[in-house]
Design a protein around this ligand. Structure first.
Ligand code: ZN
Length: 323
């Protein structure tokens, strides 16, 4: 049996850090996770992560060789391997994470923004295969985005191109505060937390009955709102309608910037299907310049499974080979 080349994909999230050993076809041979908030110090986190990866690798029954580590993280910067002021992670400031991780290995370590990792993953293993121009929007606690233009992921001058989650929706009419310190950012509306904020506002403004009134603010989450919408709860449906329209309004701008063939929605909220996609497509089409109308597909990510983020991160290793 030949020795198998594998890349380790890591997705550092606010709650969990997930990793997997992935082959070039996108098969995951072993995976593991650790609780990110348990590590108050990033050096301790890197050591524990490396240790856990090595222990997990022992479960792989074939002979293999690790080609490198692809690490996706909020505010990860591919230019210099740093994680900079990551929202939602326990560490504050700028951390040279690739260097910190290199204390444990001499193999390549590539750090990037988690949404960019998803965009590369979609291009290599997902629905954007064969497309030269695509956009991936990740809808989780926040909103991330990655742009592929003319076959290449756009990183920009300082490595942070495409943070559309923190571009604003009609700032003059919105005072919704964002974790980044600004007001009216897209992700305060279009994300799992944004949907919840919209629903709470709708519940407060309306007298209509809703099955969601029995939940406390802490209990409510996007899953509960989705289940209620599926059962026809009018206020839950309205929350999705508003979220979808807000997303579509912004996607019309996105299309004007890079003229993509398709925009992929990735993450928990994207699993809502038509209830989110329909208003998003309608509003995008209404707000787009005529030259783009009917020419952009809005699709669910083909990587929308539990391992998607790991696949995306691992694909960085293959896409950087030979560069
Ligand atoms: Zn913001």
């Amino acid at each position: 049996m030949p020795v198998k080349d594998l890349a380790v994909g890591v997705d550092i999230g606010g709650t969990n850090t997930v990793f997997g050993f992935v082959d070039q076809k996108g098969h995951i041979l072993a995976e593991g996770r650790l609780k990110t908030p348990q590590y108050k110090d990033i050096n301790g986190f890197a050591a524990a992560l490396y240790e856990k990866i090595i222990v997990t690798g022992r479960r792989i029954t074939c002979e293999f060789r690790i080609k490198g580590f692809g690490i996706g993280a909020p505010m990860g910067n591919i230019n210099n391997g740093t994680i900079e002021y990551p929202a939602g992670l326990p560490w504050k400031g700028i951390f040279p994470f690739a260097d910190i991780f290199h204390r444990h290995t001499s193999l390549p370590v590539i750090v990037t923004n988690d949404a960019n990792a998803a965009a590369v993953g979609e291009m290599i293993f997902g629905g954007a295969k064969g497309m030269k121009n695509s956009v991936v929007i990740t809808l989780g606690t926040g909103l991330g985005s990655g742009f592929v233009v003319d076959g290449k992921l756009v990183y920009g001058h300082t490595g942070f191109a495409g943070e559309i989650g923190h571009t604003q929706i009609r700032p003059e009419s919105s005072n919704r505060e964002c974790g980044c310190g600004k007001k009216g950012c897209l992700e305060t509306y279009v994300s799992a937390t944004g949907l919840k904020r919209t629903l709470i506002k709708i519940l407060a403004d309306s007298m209509a009955p809703s099955r969601l009134r029995k939940y406390s603010t802490e209990e409510l989450d996007s899953k509960i709102i989705f289940e209620a919408a599926k059962k026809g709860d009018p206020l839950a449906c309205l929350a999705f309608e508003r979220t979808g329209r807000m997303l579509g309004y912004k996607l019309a701008d996105v299309v004007a910037h890079t003229n993509p063939e398709a925009i992929f929605l990735f993450g928990g909220l994207a699993l809502a299907g038509d209830i989110l996609f329909k208003p998003a497509i309608e509003s995008m089409e209404e707000n787009m310049l005529v030259i783009y109308k009917g020419r952009v597909k809005i699709l669910a990510s083909r990587l929308n499974s539990k391992n998607a983020a790991v696949l995306g991160a691992s694909s960085l290793v293959w896409s950087n080979e030979g560069i």
